[in-house]
Design a protein around this ligand. Structure first.
Ligand SMILES: NC(=O)c1ccc[n+]([C@@H]2O[C@H](COP(=O)([O-])OP(=O)(O)OC[C@H]3O[C@@H](n4cnc5c(N)ncnc54)[C@H](O)[C@@H]3O)[C@@H](O)[C@H]2O)c1
Length: 337
């Protein structure tokens, strides 16, 4: 059985689907702090329709609750942990550092210690492009220096620094996945991106096009980029999920013992291009405000994911921005939770 923390969240629910449909039994551990119980219900429906899927169970609680973790490990044969549970609002992390260091760093240490006690030796860890900070070169490769400019990135980087010690001292095999901008939704449109406080560009623009949000702001149109707005690397959430399955299988087969991978599309898209893609699919011309740059926002964030392609055999299936936006649009149109 595979333990997936944060499996009721946006990316986590897609990872649960991918891993369960490959036949693994999954136990989701989530405290619903930012996730949705309805995502777990939707996963049951979705997986029931896919022959050969593994079972999914739900444990409600904290990913750092050692008593709960020990009991999960004792009741189930946990082969590996996929650890996605975390807070991920960059702006909030700069206002409330303790919240991020506690949830993302301290809670993860308790999880790692429980894994050690219960001899669970395989971990797929959700890291982030935020560990890099302002890029020194583009596209960013995994050996780029880690110089995060926000607390969120620091809270993840600290775990990345610890993992080699858990490997050396206790034999933990791990893969750390540094995602760039996750976007889109499962093609069933039964699961998708739903944050209580939406801060991500694609859902914000879609919600505006659906009249569910008021005017939005583009932060800076004077960057040194072709249209003046920031360039980002959007990766379809189902492609991210696929990489988790490949990483998990490589760990379980013993092909990998410790490795870090970037996960991005390698294609930069500007804020204005995202808005244009939503305008095209919604058939609406959108008005928006231009605000000042946000401190610390690099003009371009672009991944090299060559290592994941070469070593894991990963290949994004939905690299086109139009397809990513279309899947998000379909989810928002049919969203029933
Ligand atoms: N969304 C992105 O573009 C992006 C980019 C890079 C990295 N990430 C990372 O991916 C992971 C998932 O992000 P997401 O966008 O799906 O966010 P999300 O908020 O939708 O999902 C996080 C899930 O973890 C749960 N959770 C949080 N803290 C917990 C705790 N202490 N115990 C148990 N459950 C807890 C939440 O309830 C939620 O279900 C995070 O680790 C995030 O840092 C996300």
């Amino acid at each position: 059985m595979i333990l997936i923390t944060g499996g009721a969240g946006y990316i986590g629910s897609h990872v649960v689907k991918e891993i369960a449909q490959a036949g693994y039994d999954v136990i989701i551990l989530d405290n619903f702090s930012t996730g949705n119980r309805a995502a777990v219900d939707a996963l049951h429906t979705l997986l029931k329709a896919i022959p050969g899927s593994g079972r999914i169970e739900l444990a409600v609680g904290d990913c750092g609750d050692e008593t709960l973790l020990d009991s999960i490990c004792q009741q189930h044969h946990i082969e590996a942990v996929v650890h996605l549970a975390a807070f991920s609002e960059v702006g909030e992390s700069m206002q409330d550092a303790a919240k991020y260091f506690t949830n993302n760093t301290a809670q993860t240490i308790y999880l790692l210690n429980s894994m050690k006690r219960n001899r669970v030796n395989h971990l797929v860890f959700s890291s982030t492009a935020a560990v890099y900070g302002q890029p020194l070169q583009t596209p960013i490769t995994e050996d780029h220096p880690l110089r995060p400019t926000n607390v969120y990135g620091m809270s993840k980087m600290m775990i990345e620094f610890m993992l080699p010690r858990y490997r050396a001292n206790y034999g933990l095999n791990y893969v750390s996945l540094r995602y760039f901008n996750a976007a889109g939704a499962d093609n069933s449109a039964l699961i998708g991106e739903k944050h209580r406080q939406e801060s991500h560009l694609i859902p914000l623009v879609i919600l505006r096009a659906m009249n569910k949000k008021s005017q939005f702001t583009v932060f800076g149109d004077d960057y040194d980029t072709p249209d003046g707005t920031c360039l980002r690397d959007y990766i379809h959430v189902s492609d991210l999920a696929q990489a988790h399955l490949l990483a998990l299988q490589a760990l379980l087969k013993g092909n990998i013992t410790e490795r870090v991978y970037n996960l991005g599309n390698g294609r930069p898209h500007s804020v204005r291009e995202v808005i244009a893609a939503v305008e095209a699919i919604s058939g609406r011309q959108l008005e928006y405000d231009i605000g000042p740059r946000r401190p610390g926002d690099p003009s371009i964030l672009l991944a090299s994911s060559q290592r994941a392609m070469d070593e894991l055999g990963w290949q994004p299936q939905y690299p086109q921005l139009q397809d990513i936006v279309a899947s998000a649009w379909k989810w928002h149109q049919s969203e029933n939770w």
